[in-house]
Unconditional design. Sequence first.
Length: 221
Amino acid sequence: MFEVGLIRVITLDDPKQLNMHGKVIEQLYPDIAVESACIPNQPEGIHSAELCREAIPKIVELACERFAHKDMILVSCADDPAVEEIKAALPGMPVTGGGECCVATALRYGQNIGVLGIIDQAPKAYRRILEGRLVGNYRPEGVHSTLDLQTDQGYEACIETARRMAADGCDVIALGCTGLATVGIASELEQVSGLPVIDPVVAMGAFVALEAARKTVRNTR
């Protein structure tokens, strides 16, 4: 069994909500076991530079104290906060985040990528990797944090935004917030837009499966 530590960057008291992203990965890949934990005092998650700065030391501390013995660590956030810091603190540990997994997967399906997220600019991995191929960053009307995605108004705004992205010439929609995975909206966005929609949590699962396969190969040599 390949064991993964998954860090949620929003403070969650409900175990079902806490474990939701890990369960998505486990259902897709039964040979992967995911243990989830969240950082404290971050009730709105990360939707600003200030909140990101506050979260990074918490994420690193949680990774080191809780998940140093795991086979891999995931930061379930499209902005990939503290990924590089965890790598520095735990040399040799495979670490990735929702953002870099999502955008790398999106490029498998097209070259004109639109990002649908909760802030006014695409997360850093999207901007870095998609230079010249980013059609635009789209924030649905009235959506400013991951909590807004859980309202009827936020959900409908995402639907309308996906239609606009298709009209603007996007050939792939990359979700720019793992909160969109929480509400399970990817398949409906595909239906209304006619475009492939890349869910960052599902994309993380694919990268975990790749790392697990690499470990198996190494151990059989």
